[in-house]
Design a binder for this molecule. Sequence first.
Ligand code: KG4
Ligand code: ZN
Length: 397
Amino acid sequence: MITLGIETSCDETALSLIETRGSYAAGDFEVRVIASLIHSQAELHSAYGGVFPMLAKREHGKNMTPLLEQILKSTTARGTLKDEEFGSVIESLRAEMESKDPDLFGALEAAEFLKNIPNIGQIAVTEGPGLEPTLWVGINAARILGKLWCVPVIPVNHMEGHVVASLLGSDTSNGQWQKLKELPLPSIALLISGGHTELIKLNKLGDYECIGQTKDDAVGEAFDKVARLLSLPYPGGPHISKLSYEAMQEGITPTVKLPRPMIASKDHNFSFSGLKTAVLYAVREELERTGTEQLPDASKKGIALEFERAVTETLETKLQGAIESTGAQSVIIGGGVSANRMLRESFKKIGEEYSIPVYLPSTHTSGDNALMIALAGALHGKGVDRPLKAEGTKRLA
Ligand code: KG4
Ligand code: ZN
């Protein structure tokens, strides 16, 4: 069965095609990646210091059709739609979609290539969590395509996508069949992205229990806000990571000490807004100490290093607490922040310490992508009878 994945929850327009066979429950599930496209709008939003939802929505609407045309080249046609058939589906959705999503609707309506019915069996689309205006673009695209080609549309939770992404092997570009990584249970998923910081207990794949979450900012959000304080572009995570690495290479010792929020608390919750405020004070202190109007490079690097250490020690302690209290037999790390080098090293060490596997996503699957959406949909999703609806705060558990 071939699944088309669609992801538009934030500022990446992403599409994927995977083929799957067997069943996960029976232990013979296998997946083959046919194609995965990611169009990032990060540069566009950089000027605003964060994602501007209505601009992101318009961009998704413009990018969706050319990306679809490109990815569908990897499929074969199983039939063609007559002009009247194509026209009648479009007309049936016009009243509902044309005014709400003019960029997407206008482009799809004019897309002749959609008359070739591809050999896909289902469409998986992110329903939430994310930015509601942008989620709607993916959902509306999926609904139009599902109706045109008579295939079911499976709604997928974006965070579940980040969970299953880490179960894929590191090389997804070779088109080969692969099994998912074995998952000793119970497992703990630490999900760290721009909008979420959560510890999830997996009793099995698809059975989730949230045991801890952030009370305020997500860890990625903290990276992005701290980056702004250091005059670094959005998204800030990679820039902070780079400065911190340079600080280590150059032997810079941070002159500031930042808190490790909530590491002494017995629960599994997080809080990152105080850490961000502490950075604000640290920046002021550094400006006073150096007597400059702009932070010198060495100060920026020192703060970046200390901030990354504070985040790493915090996540490390919380992850250890979760492993111990649940008796976890494996760990899954998911979400954009898992691209961070210092964090990856620290999570690997935790795996060695507890002698359990720690699964990290590859470079291609750590940020938002549609491969993870297609995979989550194919694993245990079903088409649903209810109408699909963007759910900005949709929860995994
Ligand atoms: O999962 P994701 O791509 O989108 C959301 O669903 O939010 O995560 C984006 C977040 C951003 O906050 C970005 O700054 C952060 O991931 N990020 C990083 C790194 N790469 C991306 N944070 C720290 N270090 C990185 N190398
Ligand atoms: Zn994400």
